[in-house]
Design a protein around this ligand. Structure first.
Ligand SMILES: [Zn+2]
Length: 406
């Protein structure tokens, strides 16, 4: 027995992904204790003793959820557009009418960095109360040097005041600005240099699709970004089959996101190149469109991660429990596959899998304790109210006692 540990949670049912081999994970089920010293897990299973012991009362412990795709930070809201779409206007139609994403761009341009940080603190808290302990943040609502940098600097500031780990992505190529994509390429190249100088992001993303950037432009941007040492991610084939998922994969992209319209024969290429598919079924649900071919991707050997795509225009759902529900009910994933996809596989996308994504000795103690009878119960009853406690780096950062009588 060692009393040198800081915290031990006893009497837990621990469910955690475990990587048997590179690219191959399954869930491990253990019973007993999680022992924590400083910010790290030092033991899982057998109880060790600690200065503070909390009885887990047979509850489930899973790794903190990781959201590998959000559009935080944004400002303002687009509820009018939501209602218009509900009555039949398509995303492309709304874009062509000057609505959609450009209205958020205007709001970002007229907001200060401080306002951005303040407004998005709220969303970080919402995610925390949903069990999300690390998440990706994207720029992409500035579309010029000043405002893209403002968004990325806001992410950096936000990361200092929220509990979670934030991973920034530069998405300057989110929507085509009025000067057209050809003139914009040079501006983006200037932005890349500035972002590199200030170490504001390791990742570069592009929205390559109908109504957004062309395959030729996106390929050229990726080549330039890769040469400068950025890691690549792509919004690909959400609205149309244009082959960019394969192009991005061949250029070494870490992930291709959405890929609802990917062709069957392209799937083996993602598998061969070890490109992760990030799927966001909440966006399909919100837009009432098709779901990604998750089953074909998984059966074809592609690593699948799940994310929210939380943003003000095309999806306002952010709870991982809802994503798990959609993954099981609409993507054909098993509860085990869905949990791995929203923890370890998401960590792989963000380049943080060495420190988070599983409950293992040596990893950061990012843990969610759930009052639920089984893993299957989470997608079946998709509410954040399962959460009893969220630990980030070994510290209790959220607790919910609302549902306990007395
Ligand atoms: Zn997105």
């Amino acid at each position: 027995m060692t009393k040198s540990a800081d915290l031990e949670i006893s009497n837990l049912r621990i469910i955690t992904p475990f990587e048997d081999r590179e690219y191959e994970s399954r869930l491990h089920h253990l019973e007993g204790c999680i022992t924590i010293k400083n910010d790290k897990i030092i033991s899982v299973g057998e109880c060790q003793g600690a200065k503070l012991v909390i009885n887990g009362n047979g509850m489930i412990a899973i790794p903190g959820f990781i959201d590998p795709h959000t559009h935080i930070p944004f400002v303002g809201e687009r509820s009018k557009e939501f209602v218009l779409r509900a009555y039949g206007k398509s995303y492309v139609e709304i874009l062509k009418n000057g609505g959609g994403i450009y209205s958020t761009v205007e709001k970002i341009r007229s907001s200060s960095r401080k306002e951005l940080v303040e407004e998005n603190y709220k969303y970080a808290r919402w995610l925390l109360k949903s069990g999300v302990t690390s998440f990706e943040c994207k720029s992409g609502y500035g579309l010029d040097l000043e405002n893209e940098l403002k968004q990325l600097r806001a992410i950096k500031e936000l990361s200092k005041i929220v509990s979670q780990t934030l991973i920034p992505t530069f998405l300057g190529a989110h929507a085509v600005p009025k000067q057209g994509e050809n003139k914009y390429l040079q501006e983006l190249t200037t932005m890349l240099k500035e972002i590199k100088n200030e170490s504001l992001s390791q990742f570069v993303d592009v929205f390559c699709d109908e109504g957004a950037f062309s395959v030729e432009f996106s390929t050229e941007l990726f080549k330039r970004a890769k040469e400068m040492g950025f890691k690549l991610r792509a919004h690909a084939e959400e609205l149309s089959s244009n082959g960019f998922a394969v192009k991005a994969s061949e250029l070494g992209a870490v992930s291709v996101d959405h890929i609802i319209k990917i062709k069957d024969e392209e799937i083996p290429i993602l598998s061969k190149n070890k490109t992760t598919a990030v799927l966001m079924p909440a966006t399909s649900f919100y837009l009432k469109t098709a779901y990604a071919p998750a089953r074909k991707l998984i059966d074809g050997g592609v690593r699948v991660a799940l994310g929210s795509d939380f943003n003000p225009g095309s999806n306002t759902f952010y709870s991982p429990f809802f994503t798990l529900h959609l993954a099981v009910n609409h993507l054909g994933m098993s509860p085990d596959e869905a949990l791995i996809a929203h923890t370890l596989n998401a960590a792989h996308v963000l380049g943080i899998s060495k420190s988070v994504g599983t409950i293992e000795a040596g990893k950061q103690a990012d843990i969610v304790v759930l009052d639920a009878p089984s893993l299957e119960y989470l997608p079946y009853m998709p509410t954040n109210e399962h959460i009893r406690m969220v630990l980030k780096n070994g510290r209790k950062v959220f607790e919910n006692k609302d549902n306990i009588p007395g």
